[in-house]
Design a binder for this molecule. Sequence first.
Ligand SMILES: [Zn+2]
Ligand SMILES: [Zn+2]
Length: 359
Amino acid sequence: MYEVIGKIKNDINKKMDPFEMRKYKSEIIIYEKYSEGLFRIEENDYLNILFEFDKSKDCTLKSSTYDGEVRGVFSSRSPCRPNKIGITTVKLLKREGNILLVKGLDALNDSPVIDIKPYVASFDDYKIKRTTLNSDKNSPRKDIIRMIKNEEIETLLLEAGRLHGHFCPGLALGVISSAYAMKRISVSNDGMEKVLAITETNNCMSDGIQYVTGCTFGNNALVFKDFGKNAFTLTKRDGKGLRVKVRNDYRDRISSEDQEFFELFDKVVKKRLGTEDEEARFKLLSQKAAFNLIKLSFDDIFLVENVSVEIPGYAPIHDSIICKNCLENTMQTRIKAGFCLNCYNKGYMELNGLGISKK
Ligand SMILES: [Zn+2]
Ligand SMILES: [Zn+2]
């Protein structure tokens, strides 16, 4: 048994995506009887709030969670649980008497509060090495899905930079457009070709697309149409997708500093004639331009259309055959007259910075 110590007041009156709920501010009003217990609470930055899901339905022992996976109730944060207790870490913004103003509480208006405990980094943060977490191994894109749902575009861009090697407007375009499409189509992606991304460019943008959508060169969910356009389509296997393209005039909306970036781009990247100083300046401007782009409104940069596209079949799995010459195991469809295409020395396709070509 427990006593209710207060009530939550906010503008969340119906159930919604918990990621959306966490954007709201809430007041936690502590009953007079318990207000002395708030002594020195304002010294904490974060609090763990225990509250009651008093409006939630009966307990469901198994349900689908935000990353599209089915999990048991004790392996999820579902409100439909045997004791209807919610626990969320929130940011404490302000205390006014017996009222705490907090951000990040995914509770409905009027929910009863059961307990409050400070978040203490030395107790609550286990400093666990991410590589040891089974939850990460079972669902490696969990954090990316959370970032997409939460529209944490800056973090997505920072992470995509690890793949791409630098920050540039192209990468930012890929990240912003993909995060938008993933949220609109509302898909999770386990890299098994459930979702496909069709990119129309092999420039920097396509790395943003690969990182955010999880449709990659290696998992066969990336289709490359060598059209040379800053556009891509995200689609489920029914072929109904969303095509996002960069507006022709988007550069009119960027700042003068970013205009300087495009001038330097010409000299440093296109003509390869930049001095050391110009290269350094270019790198800095490129990074700034990328992070400035994510501050613009989506509609100022992109146009979106619903499309129906033809989807390739699942990638076939072929047996391997040993090449007569180099004795290397080779996919059987890439064997000609007993030789691998490398030893045969012609008739293969190559994708490189210039596009796809037959050799
Ligand atoms: Zn780039
Ligand atoms: Zn060979």
